[in-house]
Design a protein around this ligand. Sequence first.
Ligand code: BTN
Length: 243
Amino acid sequence: MNIIKLDAIGSTNTYLKELLMVSNLSNLTVVTAQRQLEGRGQRGTKWVSQEGSSLSFSVLVKDSLSDVSQIFDLNILVALSVLQGIKKCCNLSLAIKWPNDILADNKKIAGILIENSIKSSTEIVSIVGIGINVNQQNFDDLPQASSLKLLCGNPFDKEIVLQSVLECLSENLEQLKSGNAADLWKLYHDFLYQKDKLAYFELPDKTLIQGYIQGVSPNGLLIVELPQGNIEYFGLKEIKMIY
Ligand code: BTN
């Protein structure tokens, strides 16, 4: 695996995307940064991490998806790989909060931002950005965030966590390529936060609703059974889970 290690950069996702425009990079090229000055999160948010104590990296995934419909296969695969990679390093009970936040003890310890570029119906290039709170101790404005160190009580070797996640990612991509997405989806659902439990959500107009999480559809929508018994499908911008 080709790993490019940077000290400081705006965003590893942006860097990798720009590098790809001017060079021919191999599949699974990785960019890591000790310090990200303009880390980007989902829904246009910022991803802030403390210099040196967290993992911020991006992975180029190309030649793996053969159809646009596999884009959400990649989403669940990445979430699963981050969870599995972290799980190999610590003893925490982990869950995936739809679509791809990694939680431990109800606290967010890792986030994922995947940016796809669809070159043709069979050529999809993805920049998979992953942020893992490894040894960070302060999350002043983020009461729902935590780190491996805070939850386990001991520091972790970031390099070992990185290698563990990359190994799981590479294995799961091989599984996807060999046509075995079903097992990945099963595992994703096994770890899905609040599955079959009553959960609370906020709608874009700030209305609060509750419902039972049934699962995630093949195109990535959250399936919720509302108290009236009707089943609804929600996209990322249509619902926010309260936890
Ligand atoms: C989220 O949970 O909102 C997603 C956070 C993703 C953060 C990672 S850190 C490495 C990569 N570079 C970025 O700018 N963002 C992702």
